[in-house]
Design a protein around this ligand. Sequence first.
Ligand code: SF4
Length: 247
Amino acid sequence: MVSLEYLALEVTRRCNEWCKMCMRGDPEEVDMSKEIVNQVLLNNDIQDIQTIMFTGGEPTLNEELICYTIELIMKHHILVPRLSMVTNAKKFPQLVLESFDDYQKYCISRNIKSNITINFSIDAFHEDYPDITRKYKEKYPQFQYWFKGLDFVWKTGRAEYGDPFEYKILPMHVQMVMGYLWVMNTLYVTAKGNYETVGDGMYSDMDQLHMGSVFDYSILDLIDKYGKIKNGTEQELKQYLYRCRNR
Ligand code: SF4
């Protein structure tokens, strides 16, 4: 079994803004499909995911997929204590917020300590939408809100200046814990269905260099190729993966 610390889902590459420092480059007419979500969540022998982050693009432009993902988590009783979304706050996503609210009630009914966090991207590079951020807080005071300004800018995508950025795939740090593998760093899934490790950078870089399609590789396959074991030897990790595959 696998335990993920942080799963980021790039639910769309569309956007309703045009920030001049956008590290993604230009938006694309690509939405994540339900098949990608099914493949990641249902075909990887997942024990729990500590946080699922909905990102993009602007994730509120694909409300249907976010709601679908939450329904899937509840239907299959996947343990996910924390849901999070980063948004530019230009749109009030009524369906997503109702779904987050349902999820919180579901967690309470099952004694799961849950946390819903909305990160507003509001800084010198993003428009401010105070009426909409106020509406979030008034209608859903039970969620946590963060105003996530940029501390720095990566010089990639549309950014003409900023800190040097090199797009790369990082090792997956894992630990063997009581019979399951804990993936300690971020696992990112692009809207096109490819696995990636951080989620920063241009869409075109992510399309060229990634860890493979969710339809071709399981998370165990990724660990086999990119995993770095923190509390054992490579040999022990290989043996564990072999046992998992032959159960
Ligand atoms: S920074 Fe975010 S809100 Fe701005 S254009 Fe890029 S994806 Fe859209």
